[in-house]
Design a protein around this ligand. Structure first.
Ligand code: NAD
Ligand code: ZN
Ligand code: ZN
Length: 344
């Protein structure tokens, strides 16, 4: 089968031919119908050889949907042809976190060498994807594969980040979304669907701010050195109850801290290497700063339910697998508005 692989440190990913995978006992083989392109892959492909945690070559793709192509021995509850989404942050399935469905925070994944598809294990940018256990699959139940695939990360990750702050997003509150790309433009829609908060979007590109407005942001502000003052002015000087940073670089993290209200939540989702110091008098009183990772299995089910209810419209641009390197190039250059999706 064809697969998009990151093969050499520092080189662009390549479309290559690899052996077709076969499901072992307990595993499920999917025919991939769509795979999402996440900015985290760009980060992965920028890591130096000495700090690279995965074996190469690595088949990319940690957002995946597909149809069941074959079942390994002993697998029940699924049938060939079933359309499913893949829950990506695999865990051991039995530790205390996994028992709660929080496999993203599995206590034993590192020790057992368990990795998500596309982030250590062969990923979804291939004609077929091997899934270790049927519990990693959620039925699509009528959702369109292209519209649904970004929800497995670009939907699930902001959903998890927002859900933990819902109690603060009361009427009259403000939520700031920094970086309105793949994750951010879904975050805006989640905030609008789940809360009465006023949503203020920040990005460096007018085109992305246009998308932010189109998907429901009340205000769109250019993300520059004056952005924090602009957001403060929009909130009568009080700041935002919840700030979600989908860039996570030094300047955006600084903005995030500068626009937080007393008792606000600052949630750093982007992995841009920025850090926010916390200490008495450094931030407004009782601001909480956190950096979450992905989301739980139950939350993925909720995100897909929300999509089925018509509350989410993910903006996508699609590419054939042969053109997947171009999708990464465009994402790297900031040219993708919404989410790029590969059709293997
Ligand atoms: P993306 O490229 O689709 O979106 C990033 C957006 O940020 C773009 O619209 C870009 O114009 C904007 N941006 C860049 N610099 C900015 C600045 N200084 N101020 C404001 N906006 C700026 O990326 P994505 O796939 O949505 O991923 C977003 C981030 O989240 C990445 O860092 C990615 O690695 C990370 N991520 C983290 C998790 C997690 O679990 N923590 C999960 C998925 C992705
Ligand atoms: Zn991702
Ligand atoms: Zn576990």
């Amino acid at each position: 089968m064809k697969a998009l692989q990151y093969r050499t440190i520092g080189a662009p990913p390549e479309v290559v031919t690899v052996p077709d995978p076969e499901p072992g006992p307990g595993q499920v083989l999917l025919k991939v119908t769509a795979a999402g392109v996440c900015h985290s892959d760009i980060a992965v492909m920028s890591w130096p050889a000495e700090a690279f945690p995965y074996a190469l070559p690595l088949t990319l793709g940690h957002e995946g949907v597909g149809t069941v192509a074959a079942l390994g021995a002993g697998v029940t509850g699924l049938a060939e042809g079933d359309a499913v989404a893949v829950y990506g942050p695999w865990g051991c399935g039995t530790c205390a976190k996994c028992a709660e469905g929080k496999e993203n925070y599995c206590l034993r994944a590192d020790e057992l060498g368990i990795r998500p598809p596309g982030l250590g294990r062969p990923g979804s940018m291939a004609e077929y994807l091997l899934v270790d256990d049927p519990r990693h699959l959620v039925p699509l139940d009528g959702l369109d594969p292209v519209a649904a695939v970004p929800l497995t990360d670009a939907g699930l990750t902001p959903y998890h980040a927002i859900k933990r702050s819902l109690a603060k997003l009361v009427p009259g509150s403000t939520a700031v979304v920094i970086g309105t790309g793949g994750l951010g433009h879904v975050a805006i829609q989640l905030l609008r669907a789940l809360t009465p908060a006023r949503v203020v979007a920040l990005d460096v590109s007018e085109e992305k701010l246009g998308l932010a407005r189109a998907v429901g942001a009340h205000e769109a502000v250019l993300s520059d050195a004056r952005a924090a003052d602009a957001v403060r002015a929009l909130t009568g000087g009080l700041g935002a109850e919840v700030v979600l940073d989908f860039v996570g670089a030094a300047p955006t993290v600084a903005t995030a801290g500068a626009v937080a209200a007393v008792e606000g939540d600052v949630t750093l989702v982007g992995i841009g290497g920025g850090a926010l110091p916390v200490g008495f008098g450094v931030l407004p009183f009782e601001v909480s700063v956190t950096a979450p990772y992905w989301g739980s299995r139950g939350e993925l089910i909720e995100v897909l339910d929300l999509a089925r209810a018509g509350a989410l419209s993910v903006h996508t641009e699609t590419y054939a697998l042969d053109d997947a390197p171009l999708a990464y190039e465009r994402l790297h250059e900031g040219k993708v508005n919404g989410r790029a999706v590969i059709l293997p």
